[in-house]
Unconditional design. Structure first.
Length: 125
């Protein structure tokens, strides 16, 4: 069965067909719906499915990159929340060290995100 990756979560979206024989996709985990309604879009989709074997690798790589990016963003959000919990005024020496370590961790995560972006730019260039 032909599929494409969800643009939000990377899950496999199987092609469905509506009552007018037009293709559409629904992602159950995140709720996104993708409808292909114009003739040119349907032609391009059919062409992509004809070349599915060739396209399989880029789809898999895209999905893996998307999951990696989403995991980093989730971790960044968690570190930011921990920094906010500690506050910034009247900190003990221990709290200051923890805050500094968390900020270092945050910078490292942001650097990893930058690195992924740079690698993806090189791959598409």
């Amino acid at each position: 069965m032909p599929f494409i990756p969800c643009i939000l979560c990377g899950s496999k979206l199987e092609k469905r067909v509506d009552k007018n024989s037009k293709p559409y996709f629904i992602c159950d985990p995140c709720g996104i719906q993708l409808f292909v309604r114009r003739k040119r879009g349907i032609e391009l989709l059919n062409e992509a499915f004809r070349n599915l074997d060739k396209a399989q690798l880029p789809f898999t790589v895209h999905a893996r990159n998307l999951h990696e990016i989403r995991a980093l963003i989730k971790e960044i959000d968690g570190v930011k929340a921990e920094i906010d919990k500690i506050g910034s005024f009247f900190l003990s020496d221990e709290e200051s060290r923890i805050r500094k370590a968390l900020k270092t961790k945050l910078n490292n995560l942001l650097s990893q995100l930058d690195q992924i972006a740079k690698e993806n730019i090189k791959k598409t260039s």
